[in-house]
Design a protein around this ligand. Sequence first.
Ligand SMILES: C[S@@+](CC[C@H](N)C(=O)[O-])C[C@H]1O[C@@H](n2cnc3c(N)ncnc32)[C@H](O)[C@@H]1O
Length: 224
Amino acid sequence: MMQRIIEITEDGSHTLCVPELNERYHSSHGAIRESRHIYLEAGLHHCVKPEVNLLEIGFGTGLNAFLTLLDAERSEKTVTYTTLERYPVSLAEAEKLNYCKLLDPSREGSFLQLHTSAWGEWVEITPFFRMKKLAADAGRLEDFRPETLFDVIYYDAFAPGKQPRLWTEEIFCRLYALSSPGATLTTYCAKGAVRRMFQSAGFRVERLPGPPGKREILRAVKLM
Ligand SMILES: C[S@@+](CC[C@H](N)C(=O)[O-])C[C@H]1O[C@@H](n2cnc3c(N)ncnc32)[C@H](O)[C@@H]1O
């Protein structure tokens, strides 16, 4: 993978930038604010089940996973979290990220465990949060055979302009097939072409107001 550097976003939280792609892992208007808005509030909280099977595309810094872990404890929901990542962040990079300092300094152990836990195995990080990280290519979902369907999907790949092969109708059809009835998928990308591909795959798609710096985001729902 290319070189990555840490940047501070407008809410004070870190993100990673890949200069070669001119691409950031989060919005420069606030990484924590963006993750909470798109994946927690529009995605996870839209699911009313007490036990949630969740799939994330792009584990990256682990910020979505960490916010979900904290949220699962607060709401006493059990989250089973599967995440796909092709270019893992190193422990040395993860140790420099300021998410624990901003969110809950006492939980640094859990945050680092997200990064140190073995790949390809279920790991119980807390009684409310178990996780399996897969070192897999999200562009090859045909090779991905999960044990269960997913209730919530965080679609957090790099932007379509940078990684067009991860924004195809074929991938969205595979995600539809991997979703449980009533499942919710959220993503930061609200481009018309992406919205239409989610619709063609079978999802009902809503455009929702985005976090600061982003007019709209998408929520795609698999109807019951
Ligand atoms: C927008 S960032 C995700 C941010 C992440 N969810 C977080 O909370 O930090 C996109 C992520 O997708 C990963 N990625 C890029 N290509 C991939 C691929 N083909 N398969 C799986 N993950 C990929 C990148 O390494 C990066 O971690």
